[in-house]
Write a protein that binds this ligand. Structure first.
Ligand code: SAM
Length: 282
């Protein structure tokens, strides 16, 4: 038998989301690595699974846990990895373990299932064809500013996790860099009794969050819309203005193409419509 590590997704709030295949993998594992043995123990009891050994593997113990897992895999055994909730290795321990197991040449597979990032995205109503997962935003400093700046420019939908206590501040920071009218969705308590999607502009959501928010939160932010290309009248007016200010047509064409982000050939063609002729672009 080939040693195999299985990443098993577990519910993010609704125990009904534990799949039959997840139960089968957890029942058959030689070892279940988990963040919190008490929490995973409760899940196992719910699923009627008894007698499977558990090992704590969190951010502090992941390095030491890797050696234990590799020993099991060397013996041809199957090891399961779960996190407290959702999919392991998504803002949860697992990334280093998976890399080490891949590096050592053992098999890695997964029982996919709940993950708050995907659940929030697909129900948000915002574009899903391209998205960027930001994890948790840095709380302060240059890393936070850099992440905010990147989100403001990002054309794909951004998805991030946030604590309820910091949500209002993060929405305000996002509104400052993205513009307060950028659309976003707060997905709260997904799959639970009080699941809620609050949709609106960043300004509206910041005002809503100022009232105090509880529960687990995913924030989904619409991508930046590219600025509309300048229309013909604007380009012609810009050529004329620059020429009246003494610039040669050739230089005016180059400057407008660069300043307005328009193809040089298009500016040249429009310049031809102005009486007096033009020098072809080089
Ligand atoms: N690995 C998990 C996953 O796949 O979703 C994420 C773990 S991360 C440590 C925990 C964060 O995920 C929470 O702070 C919250 O932002 C988000 N989250 C988890 N469950 C959620 C739920 N039911 N509703 C909304 N957000 C949730």
């Amino acid at each position: 038998m080939t040693g195999t590590l299985v990443l098993v997704a577990t519910p993010i709030g609704n125990l009904g989301d534990l799949s039959p295949r997840a139960v089968a993998e957890l029942s058959g594992a030689a070892l279940i690595c988990c963040e919190d043995t008490r929490r995973t123990g409760k899940l196992l009891i719910h699923a009627g699974i008894r007698g499977v050994r558990m090992k704590r593997l969190d951010d502090h113990t992941e390095r030491a846990g890797i050696a234990v897992v590799l020993d099991k895999l060397a013996a041809g055994q199957r090891v399961a990895l779960v996190s407290d909730a959702g999919t392991p290795a998504i803002s949860d321990p697992g990334e280093r373990l998976v890399a080490a197991v891949v590096e050592a040449g053992y098999t890695v597979t997964t029982v996919p299932g709940p993950s708050a990032v995907v659940a929030a995205l697909v129900a948000s109503g915002l574009p899903t064809s391209r998205f960027v997962y930001e994890g948790f935003l840095a709380r302060k400093g240059g890393d936070r500013m850099a992440a905010l700046a990147q989100i403001s420019q990002q054309s794909a939908t951004s998805v991030m996790y946030e604590s309820p206590n910091r949500l209002a501040a993060t929405l305000r920071d996002l509104a400052a860099v993205c513009g307060g009218d950028r659309q976003a969705v707060v997905a709260r308590e997904l799959t639970k009794l009080h699941e809620e999607f609050v949709r609106g502009s960043l300004d509206e959501l910041a005002t809503w969050a100022d009232g105090g928010v509880k529960g687990e939160i995913v924030l989904v932010i619409a991508g930046a819309t590219p600025p509309a290309e300048a229309d013909d009248e604007t380009i012609v007016a810009a050529i004329q203005a620059l020429m009246e200010a003494g610039m040669s047509r050739r230089d005016a064409i180059a400057k407008i193409a660069s300043d307005l982000g328009v193809r040089r050939g298009r500016v040249y063609d429009l310049a031809l419509t102005i009486s007096g002729g033009v020098t072809p672009p080089s």
